[in-house]
Write a protein that binds this ligand. Structure first.
Ligand SMILES: [Zn+2]
Ligand SMILES: [Zn+2]
Length: 90
């Protein structure tokens, strides 16, 4: 999975850590690397499936959170990332 552009952090790796990124379970250094990647790589966010992310997070938390609340949290996070990291549309 790649947009074809060279990145310091691989697209697949960035997406693999997006779970932790959104869940807040990530070190400051990794968080910055992923934020930097998303900033220069809009396709990563577009490729990301929110429903799949919610399912993965629910699975990870072993039903600790209500799926609806978690889903709202993920959607809000995705929305805020899209505002900060607007994909180039031309
Ligand atoms: Zn990417
Ligand atoms: Zn890219």
């Amino acid at each position: 999975m790649s947009c074809g552009n060279p990145h310091e952090l691989d697209c697949g790796e960035a997406l693999a850590h997006l779970y932790e990124f959104i869940d807040g379970e990530i070190g400051a250094e990794d968080k910055q690397r992923i934020a930097a990647h998303l900033d220069e790589c809009g396709p990563c966010l577009d490729e990301f499936d929110v429903e799949r992310l919610v399912k993965a997070l629910v699975h990870r938390s072993c039903g600790e959170h209500a799926p609806n609340a978690l889903r709202a949290k993920v959607v809000a996070q995705m929305a805020s990332m899209r505002i900060r990291f607007t994909p180039k549309q031309d």
